[in-house]
Design a protein around this ligand. Sequence first.
Ligand SMILES: [Zn+2]
Ligand SMILES: [Zn+2]
Length: 259
Amino acid sequence: MRLFDTHAHLHFPDYAEDLDAVLGRARAAGVRGMVTIGTDRDTNRAVTALASRVPDVWATVGIHPHDAAEATEADFEEMERLAGEEPKVVGFGEMGLDFFRNLSPPDVQRQVFRRQIDIARRARKPLVVHCRDAHAETLAILAEERAGETGGVMHCFSGDVEIARRCLDLGLYISLAGPVTYKNARALPEVARFVPEDRLVVETDCPYLPPTPHRGKRNEPAFVALTAALIAELRSADAERLCDALTANAATLFRITLT
Ligand SMILES: [Zn+2]
Ligand SMILES: [Zn+2]
């Protein structure tokens, strides 16, 4: 079984005590690669350092909408520099809009999102988009800023089939996380059946959102196997073949060569 976790936060303090064991369990479960995702200035530095140290971990640098209000000009310049100089930095994000928690004012979120799409487009690296309770506006900004030119992924997809269709039209991949395994998965099982096989990827978003039966615990990349297995079941697909395809998609998305 070949798996790829397209969205993890392995640099978080949650793993400070046992990261090597977490990575070991991921490899034992078949995870061939993981992308650890930056969210602000400090974590952008942490993800870059981690990815340069661990061969099967890659990184993206970005400003999360929650952190948008704190972002400075120097942070954007540093992101651009890291992506230019560090070969393991394979994309930008997470970036986007989160109107569920509104930890940064919506106007600042919009501005910081647009700015990062522009940086990614100039650097020709894919976007990792976070979107919560803001689908219409996120899609409008992605279209206006010509995100299709860089490509990217709608991470931890939480919309319905119609929103998935619009993301696909913009040229984005759809990434499903633990919530597709939940009893209250809403439209996600239908989305898991709908997305064409060559546009789908999986993620954990660990330490958050562990798939069933690990809800309430800390999530980790090994658990991406459970999400992938459920998606295979929903699609009536052979699990091993589907996991190979999802892994190849992740490599294409982030322009990574897996050995
Ligand atoms: Zn997110
Ligand atoms: Zn995340």
